[in-house]
Each structure stands twice: as C-alpha cells, then as structure tokens.
Design a protein around this ligand. Sequence first.
Ligand code: GAL
Ligand code: CA
Length: 344
Amino acid sequence: MKRITALATAVVLVGSLAACGGKAGTGATGGGLPKVGVTIYKFDDNFMSFVRRAIETSAKDRAELILNDSQNDQSKQNEQVEMMISKGVKALAINLVDPQAAPAIISKAQAANLPVVFFNKEPDAAVLQSYDKTWYVGTASAEAGVIQGNIVADAWKANPNFDRNGDGKLQYVLLKGEPGHPDAEARTKFAVDTIREAGIDVEELELQTGMWDTVKGKELMDAWIAKHGDKIEFVLANNDGMALGAVQSLKANGYFTNDKYLPVVGVDAIPDALDQIKNGLMLGTVLNDAKNQGTAATDLAINAALGKDPLEGTAWKLDENKAVRVPYVAITKDNLAVAEEAYK
Ligand code: GAL
Ligand code: CA
C-alpha cells in the first residue's frame, strides 16, 4: 500500500510539472491558441464530469477547446466530430460512446490528417495500431479489479462476522458497469478472481449492469434485498456511482443502524463516495485519477495539435499500445487524503 501511494504521489507531481512544462505557447495557428475538439460520452456521468473539469483547467491559456456532450449517442458523436473538423480543429480528444466506434472516428480524422487522442473508453489495441496519429489515455482496467478484490479479501479476513450465515463462503452481489466497456469487464473479472485467489470461497447471488448509474444501482439493490434479504454479505460495484445507489437502498432498508451493516465497495473515489467512507457507509473504493487522466489527455492532444511529439515537455509515458496509463490506488478510511487530492 505504501509503495502504491508513493507512486500515485509521483504521478501527481509529474502531472503538474507537465502542465507547466507542456505550455503550448502561441504561433501554432497563426498566433492564436491551437483549436482542440473534445467529446465526452455523456456529461451526465459522475466520474466524467471530473475528467471534463480537469481537461478545462489544464487547457486554460494553452488551447481553444470545443467541448461536446455526446449524450450517450454514438451517431451524435460522429456528427460532432465532423462538425469540429469543419471548424478547423487541429486535434481531437475523444471519449467514445461505444468503445467499438473508434475505427469510424479514426477514418474521419485520417481523411483530414488530424491526430486523435482517445481517453477513458479504450479502443482495441489493433485499432490504435492502425493509425500512427492516434493514442490512448486511461488506466490499466484490470488493476482496479485487483485492488478492489484485495480490499474485499482483507476486510473479509479481518471481520469474521461478515460471514453472516457462517458457511465460510462470501455471498456477494455485483453491480456491473456498461457491458462491453473494458473497465466494466476487467473490474468484474479481476475483482472476483482476486478474492478467490486470496483463498476465499465465493458465491455470486446476483450480477447485473447498473450502467455506471446511481439510480439504476439503487433500483437493482432494492430488488436484490427484496429477493435475498440477509443472505447478501458483500456489495461489489464497478464504480462509486452505483455503489452510492446501493448505499441509498441499504439505508432505506434499515441498514447502517442498530448494528445492521453490509460492506460496500466501489471504484473512482469521487467526493460523495469519500464522504460515505468517512461515515462508515462504504468500506472502500479505488482511486480512478480524474485529474491526471484529464491532464494527460489534454497534454497529448495539444502537443499533437502543434505537430509535436505527443509527450514533448511532459513526463507521461506510453506503453507498447501507445497508451498512457494512470495508476489506480486503494482507498479506505486510512488514506482519504490521497483521493481528495485527485478530485480537487
Ligand atoms: C470508468 C469510471 C465510471 C464511468 C466510466 C465511463 O472509468 O469508473 O464511473 O465514468 O469510466 O466510461
Ligand atoms: Ca456466507
């Protein structure tokens, strides 16, 4: 845990260095700031609203942004990309609606000889290799699952009373993100695999998609409590948005009073989830670093817009898939400050 925390701090430091050192300056577009076209898959997504804010902050005085809400509609996003190209953007920074839609965006960009930085929804590796002017900024999706699984396994071993029916097995329900989204698939698989690898027997009572959404998370949890009652021993959520919905449902069903408790874990470490951890209503989460992902996407897009190497003047590193991967960090009540920093 210490090592991971130190690593995250290092990334925060290099991130802010990059923000200073990577200043685009002027001259690229005849004296003005370079125009960069950005899409967010939908503004109405908790975590993405923090990434968007990081992009806006980091682009200040360095680029002229055209920022679009794709409203969870890929055909709308395709039109927005065409519109931005016709307005003369020098680079695109794209948060896909559908991770499979990258080739359609690349062919539009390629026709206009424009660079594209995808972020948050990872295209297939082969698609990223298909065009030399495209890169990805995000995370290593599986890492969040492993870290979440370790939080669960450690807590399970430390709290024998979590095994409510005393059968030695961990009965869980799992709120999954958008099916087909690399983060949702990997978090689900690696969280459960990690718990098993820690030597814990598991039984899945329910697994359904709540589409990253708080309201859907609450509705599913309501239904699961009605169906399974006290048989549920752990709530795993692919993100905090859905975990917060589960907490609302649990509260409404009499949990978190009179010793009635159910551990809930999420991913993202958004401020609302940190509050719940502080209050004891969530056990933990995994920091998905909105600030550094937004900053890295902006740095790469501005450099590419200026015809520079995407990493010039920054401390970001590309892996063999042309991806910058910002590390995840385990967050419990013991290190909330680490997460607060990433959402300032
Ligand atoms: C994930 C994040 C989710 C949601 C999703 C959107 O990385 O954990 O909360 O924002 O991205 O693509
Ligand atoms: Ca049990």
